[in-house]
Design a protein around this ligand. Structure first.
Ligand SMILES: NC(=O)C1=CN([C@@H]2O[C@H](COP(=O)(O)OP(=O)(O)OC[C@H]3O[C@@H](n4cnc5c(N)ncnc54)[C@H](OP(=O)(O)O)[C@@H]3O)[C@@H](O)[C@H]2O)C=CC1
Ligand SMILES: O=C(O)C1=N[C@H](C(=O)O)C[C@H](O)C1
Length: 278
């Protein structure tokens, strides 16, 4: 046990599927203190974040849509460790949320996907200038990090690979942030995949999926009944090697989220990817 004050944490998107899970995880972590719960959803304003997350006792932290005042309030408390904002909101709002947090000296832990490469670069520059830690993590589950490492190893021996990601049909962005990151990691291996063997014609646009880094194609499936799943399929003459990760509960992301909250306060710039923290 240390006597260090707990890390003050704001959860943005606290009424959402991931936000509620994060609220529960923070409530159970003695070194973290939920100080703010932000969500723009009108039906949840003023509700207790803990009760909304399914805890038996209220946390006495009401849901509010006032992000900036909350950032200012946490930034104003100069005692103890710096504040952290965990963001699980929407691709349309995440960039502005993160810029605001950094402007207040609050460290963002970003799970929301859908940031463009230009937005990510801009946030990296902004975090650098402010000497403020920021973590952008497309996937917080350890299983996905292991899948990506296995894919990197396999990519040395296979020249043909495609990615299929499958998600619930409430997901706003496609392809998933994880699939984009997986293609980026393989794209860094220094070769172009999937050399053409015939002249292909798409009879329906999009039939061959989206084209990401170095010739890698990503196919996105959206269906009720799914949570989050990804396959990386390697092919060579006479063999197929398939890597697959399935989530059955959003609790799988929580060890990664808690690790990121504890790490981000030690950083002075933007870091992308859970693998860099392990
Ligand atoms: N990195 C990772 O490991 C993971 C990342 N994700 C990503 O996290 C994000 C959220 O996912 P999920 O929890 O499933 O989504 P949900 O839609 O369930 O939750 C998002 C919540 O944020 C609210 N919200 C949206 N925009 C704003 C805003 N500008 N300010 C405040 N609140 C806002 C929504 O309200 P309303 O519904 O009223 O719009 C909703 O309550 C997605 O980008 C998803 O891809 C998801 C799982 C794991
Ligand atoms: O929306 C989701 O659910 C998920 N989003 C992230 C992504 O886009 O990769 C992470 C995980 O796949 C779940």
């Amino acid at each position: 046990m240390t006597n260090q004050a707990p890390i003050p944490v704001i959860v943005n998107g606290a009424a959402g599927k991931m936000g509620r899970e994060v609220v529960k995880a923070i409530a159970q972590a003695p070194d973290l203190n939920l100080v703010g719960a932000i969500d723009h959803s009108p039906e949840h304003q003023d509700k207790d974040a803990g009760e909304l997350a399914g805890l038996s006792e209220p946390l006495e932290v009401p849901i509010t849509n006032q992000l900036e005042p909350m950032l200012g309030y946490v930034a104003g408390d100069r005692q103890g460790p710096p504040g952290v904002m965990v963001d699980f909101t929407h691709p349309d709002s995440v960039y502005d949320n993160v810029r605001s947090a950094i402007a207040y000296g609050i460290r963002p832990v970003v799970g929301t996907t859908g940031l463009s490469p230009a937005q990510l670069q801009d946030l990296a520059d902004f975090a650098d200038k402010a000497s403020t830690g920021c973590l952008v993590i497309p996937n917080f589950s350890i299983g996905m990090v292991l899948l990506q490492q296995a894919a990197i190893a396999a990519s040395q021996y296979f020249d043909h690979v495609e990615i299929i990601e499958l998600h619930h049909n409430q997901k706003a962005d496609a392809p998933s942030g994880t699939a984009i990151q997986t293609a980026q990691l393989l794209g860094e291996m220094g070769k172009t995949f999937n050399p053409a063997v015939v002249q292909e014609t798409e009879k329906i646009a999009g039939a061959r999926g989206s084209l990401a880094e170095e010739g890698i194609r990503i196919h996105s499936v959206r269906l009720p009944g799914l949570i989050a799943h990804q396959e990386v399929i390697f092919g060579a003459a006479g063999q197929i090697y398939t890597l697959r990760h399935d989530t059955s509960d959003r609790a799988c992301y929580m060890p990664g989220v808690l690790l990121a909250i504890r790490k981000v306060i030690q950083l002075k710039s933007l870091v992308y990817g859970l693998e860099k923290l392990l």
